[in-house]
Design a protein around this ligand. Structure first.
Ligand SMILES: Cc1cc2nc3c(=O)[nH]c(=O)nc-3n(C[C@H](O)[C@H](O)[C@H](O)COP(=O)(O)OP(=O)(O)OC[C@H]3O[C@@H](n4cnc5c(N)ncnc54)[C@H](O)[C@@H]3O)c2cc1C
Length: 340
């Protein structure tokens, strides 16, 4: 992509200390341990460096793929001509400005966030302590477990609006949270941080609840094998794992990908799974479950398509708006002239 090449050249010249890796394999950046190379992989050290990266990408019409811990994504083996921006460097975590709140930047892990809240006697994040993602990814996905979800604890979210190049704050009630999704997916944005509203409680009691949930997780989930967590969303009127199990698919294998024998809702990498293995296996699971139950399973994992290009069409859209305004002004003038 021409714009991306230009942006890479610009960032190399203007930001010599930037951690930018060209032709980086995504295998080590995804918990599934699959995926090919992306044209550029960038880990800005803080929000300010990240906004500078976004500026250069925007000026060259490139939309980045923003990721956190890569625990819910897969990239094709053939690689993608895109720029991945990882939020790992956005790691600030502190008490919030109002009572019983905590502020965490997007790259903070949910485990660290939950532990910080617990140590400060604040309850509400126990459900999140075993989810292996980052704050940004969890907000984007409205991550949840054991009856809790991000929606319940978010006071506000700070995001970088990519097409406008501006930081904005969004109140929790305006985040468009729904089951495993948020309104942020519809906006070209990077989540930079969030404020969590929590409830005071005894740190020991909070720690005990966290231990209990994490024991449950260890007992029921195949945490010893690479995966991206639950492969499918919970469908209306059922549980994906139960439907897959009832369809006789536990242990079903394509290449190195397998429906986990421990938890049918997980697809695991037995060691040498490829993107194609995972996609083929998930297609087979969807078809078989539909044939047996009439229920369509929707993937929870973000499977990026082969050949995907991320283009920031701000110039085209801005021109479109200007053309519309000019047309409307012209029409008004013509109308005024005809009434003379
Ligand atoms: C073993 C295991 C167990 C899991 N258990 C659970 C569970 O119990 N509940 C649950 O909900 N999920 C679970 N997951 C899935 C995953 O951990 C969550 O969805 C998590 O919230 C993803 O966070 P991440 O930082 O890894 O996001 P990524 O995988 O990096 O990204 C996920 C999506 O969010 C976007 N994104 C990430 N960060 C940002 C940002 N800062 N700004 C804008 N967009 C961003 C990405 O573009 C992508 O679309 C599990 C995964 C594994 C591997």
């Amino acid at each position: 992509m021409e714009g991306l090449e230009k942006a890479i050249r610009k960032m190399t010249e203007e930001m010599p200390s930037l951690d930018m890796r060209e032709h980086e394999s995504m295998r080590e950046h995804c918990s599934f341990k699959v995926g090919g190379e992306v044209r550029a992989y960038i880990e800005p050290k803080d929000i300010w460096e990240m906004s500078k990266v976004f500026f250069y990408l925007h000026m060259c019409d490139v939309m980045p793929l923003v990721i956190g811990k890569g625990t819910n994504i897969i990239i094709p083996e053939e690689g993608l001509d895109i720029c991945v921006v990882c939020t790992a460097g956005l790691s600030k975590l502190r008490m919030g400005e109002t009572e019983n709140t905590v502020y965490a930047e997007a790259g903070v892990s949910l485990a660290r966030l939950a532990q910080f809240a617990q140590q400060n006697g604040l309850a509400g994040l126990e459900f999140a302590s075993g989810i292996p993602g980052s704050v940004g990814g969890a907000v984007m996905m409205n991550a949840g477990a054991y009856g809790g979800e991000m929606k319940d604890v978010i006071d506000s979210v700070v995001m970088y609006y990519l097409t406008e190049q501006a930081l904005c704050e969004v109140k929790g009630e305006d985040c468009g949270f729904d089951y495993r999704k948020s309104g942020f997916a519809r906006v070209p944005c990077a989540i930079t941080g969030a404020v969590f509203k929590l409830t005071p409680d005894d740190p020991e009691a909070i720690a005990a609840r966290m231990r209990e949930l994490n024991d449950k997780r260890r007992k029921s989930q195949p945490l010893d094998l690479p995966s991206a967590g639950s492969a499918f969303k919970r469908p209306v009127g059922g549980y994906a794992a139960a439907l897959i199990d009832e369809a006789g698919l536990k242990g079903y294998t394509v290449g190195g990908a397998q429906v986990s024998e421990k938890h049918a809702g997980f697809v695991v990498n037995r060691g040498d799974a490829s993107y194609d293995d995972i996609v083929e296996l998930m297609d087979h699971v969807r078809r078989t479950v539909y044939e047996k139950s009439g229920i369509t399973l929707e993937p929870e994992i973000k499977i990026y398509p082969k050949g995907m290009i991320l283009y920031d069409d701000w110039k085209v859209r801005r021109q479109g708006i200007m053309d519309e305004m000019l047309d409307s002004a012209k029409a008004k003038m013509e109308q005024a002239d005809s009434q003379k």
